[in-house]
Design a protein around this ligand. Structure first.
Ligand code: AHR
Length: 307
């Protein structure tokens, strides 16, 4: 079909390329950049016309983008919701216009799950648990208190909520683990550094940093080095994502453990979009497969890492 990008009838197809409106969270992290590239490359590969917008981490921008996709009568809307709540109204508008919606990467908390066709992405609670399990194992012989600081992701986002709760659940079984400070670093390097500087000033006795993504961990490493401490030794660091810069810091011994969160959602998203537009049924939930990395495993994986 043609790829004119001029829009097509909702629910159409009819030989023309499928038009997808995609509202991205922003460009806050290395993960996000890799995710955007995966979506754009896969759309091209699949012959899907992509209308893409970057919301700069603002829900109001995403709602605007989704409304404009509805007006343009795209065939399918996909988006990665910056926060979990507050989507019912706009999702009902899409449903009213008969345009199917696919959630990618992050969930919404809408009680009415008929407002979207499927949710493709990671199990963030599981990621938080994996981070906690490593810590429990690492300190299994220690009897002293383990002082932990936490850099949370974007306030109200599914990965921040879930990575926090999964981690807390696992370490909560042993009272020696104490979260002495926990604050958002917005998933960015700059904010991760800034908040870690404040943590270091307020708490001279930090044993562990748990950062909800690599970028905040990388920013925090700068703060730790700036304070004359050795990241990975004086302060052990656990992060989530496993993007190249994170993996490099892990291989270099500055991070101790990374829980993988895959940004390569594009191919599966395009498959789901084709099925949804064709009226075929799709699973309500598609969970991404992912692993974890120690320092040794990072050294092995780095040369072939795609992002
Ligand atoms: O929603 C996924 C999270 O968003 C990634 O872990 C983080 O790096 C990104 O900003």
């Amino acid at each position: 079909g043609s790829e004119s990008g001029g829009g097509s009838e909702a629910g159409g197809g009819g030989g023309d390329a499928i038009v997808m409106g995609f509202s991205q969270v922003g460009a806050e992290s290395g993960w996000r950049t890799a995710n955007t590239k995966s979506v754009q490359d896969s759309a091209k590969e699949a012959g899907i016309t992509l209308k893409f917008s970057d919301a700069q981490q603002k829900q109001e921008n995403q709602i605007k983008a989704i409304r404009s996709y509805i007006q343009q009568k795209v065939d399918v809307i996909a988006f990665s919701p910056v926060v979990e709540s507050g989507w019912d109204t706009v999702l009902k508008e899409a449903q009213g216009a008969n345009i199917p919606v696919i959630l990618t990467d992050r969930a919404v908390d809408s009680a009415d799950t008929s407002l979207y066709k499927t949710f493709l992405g990671s199990d963030f609670v599981e990621e938080g648990k994996k981070a906690g399990q490593w810590l429990v194992e690492e300190y299994k012989d220690a009897s002293d208190t383990v002082n932990i600081v936490e850099l949370q992701g974007t306030t109200g986002s599914a990965p921040a909520n879930d990575r926090k709760s999964g981690f807390a659940e696992v370490i909560g079984a042993d009272p020696k683990f104490k979260i002495i400070a926990s604050q958002t670093g917005d998933f960015t390097r700059a904010k991760g550094k800034e908040v870690m500087e404040a943590f270091l000033k307020a708490h001279p006795d930090i044993d562990v940093l748990y950062a909800h993504n690599d970028d905040m961990g990388l920013g925090a490493i700068e703060a730790i080095e700036g304070a004359g401490k050795v990241p990975g030794k004086d302060i052990k660091i656990i992060t989530v994502d496993a993007v190249k810069d994170g993996m490099q810091a892990l291989a270099d011994g500055k991070i101790n453990y990374i829980v993988e969160c895959s940004p390569l959602l594009g191919p599966q998203l395009m498959d789901l979009a084709k099925k949804v537009v064709a009226g075929e049924s799709v699973p309500a939930r598609v969970v991404t497969e992912e692993t974890t990395f120690t320092q040794e495993q990072a050294k092995e994986a780095l040369p072939s890492r795609q992002y």
